[in-house]
Write a protein that binds this ligand. Structure first.
Ligand SMILES: O=C(O)CCC(=O)C(=O)O
Ligand SMILES: [Fe+2]
Length: 270
């Protein structure tokens, strides 16, 4: 539980985040993968590794997706950008927080950002708090409400579907898709804030529920250059070609800069 009296602590550790890239070989790892030992959670490594490959296969591997488009409408970025499975798999637990802490703007659960990669598959529980910016009204965010479920947003930035139990799966457009599509697709700004007022642990204490999410970031192979596909370069490309590796590193550095001076225990590192 994060209390209002621990504000300085909260501003440094807003969430507990485990992440893996099982495709990283030993020796050249940018950040080593760390797994809880079997004595702590039995079969965790096997399960998460198989989840990673199933998600990769779902997004990239099948012949249906191979020379397509994630949107089915345009041929955007075909075979060749995702051969190395340079994806990232992340589990997040947002601890329960006293609402005044988040309300005071000390921290959002996750501040507004676009995802850096190609697409993201986001599994969330029913706690709520995920919001997307209205592209027509910059700065205005709304919750992913049930009316948006099973739908694709008008600017094709997000599509989602809902499980009967209230948890949902959301597919987010990432920054590389903007570049491949020359702005036909947009990556949406999104954030995680306090859950709706009815999702509190106890009304007197005004404490939010904790939140769990699972994210699978599909990313272009780091050695590839991402640029607008020829068919969509109407007059000129809006973005210069960029090395996938440089772009991902640049975005990650900017995003996680504030955490770098705060070493975290091994299983909590970003
Ligand atoms: O935890 C969530 O639901 C969203 C987190 C997110 O947007 C991200 O890690 O990129
Ligand atoms: Fe995100």
């Amino acid at each position: 539980m994060i209390k209002a009296s621990n504000r300085s602590e909260l501003s440094q550790i807003p969430k507990i985040c485990l992440r893996w890239d099982p495709t990283r070989g030993s020796g050249q790892e940018r950040e080593p993968n760390r797994y809880p030992p079997d004595a702590v959670i039995l079969g965790f490594r096997e399960f998460t590794t198989s989840f990673f490959w199933e998600a990769h296969e779902f997004c990239i591997g099948s012949s249906v997706h191979r020379d397509w488009a994630w949107t089915r409408r345009e041929r955007l970025c075909g075979l060749g950008y995702h051969e190395d499975a340079d994806n990232l798999f992340r589990l997040i637990r947002y601890p329960a927080v006293e609402r005044p802490v988040i309300k005071a703007g000390i921290t959002a659960r996750t501040t507004a950002h676009t995802d850096f990669g190609s697409i993201t598959i986001l599994f969330q529980d029913d706690v709520g708090g995920l919001e997307v910016e209205d592209p027509a009204k910059p700065g205005t965010y709304s919750a992913l409400s049930s009316s948006m479920l099973f739908k694709e947003s008008a600017d094709h930035s997000i599509s989602s579907c809902c499980h009967a139990g209230g948890s949902s799966v959301i597919v987010n457009v990432g920054d590389f898709l903007i570049r491949w599509s020359n702005d036909v697709l947009k990556s949406n700004l999104h954030r995680v804030v306090e859950p709706p007022a009815d999702r509190v642990l106890s009304r007197d204490k005004e404490t939010t529920k904790g939140r769990f999410s699972i994210l699978f970031f599909v990313q272009a192979d780091r050695k590839k250059v991402v640029q607008c596909v020829k068919e969509l370069e109407s007059s000129s490309a809006k973005y210069p070609p960029v090395s996938a590796e440089e772009y991902l590193n640049m975005r990650r550095k900017a995003t996680f800069k504030k955490f770098q001076s705060t070493p975290m225990p091994p299983l909590m590192q970003h």
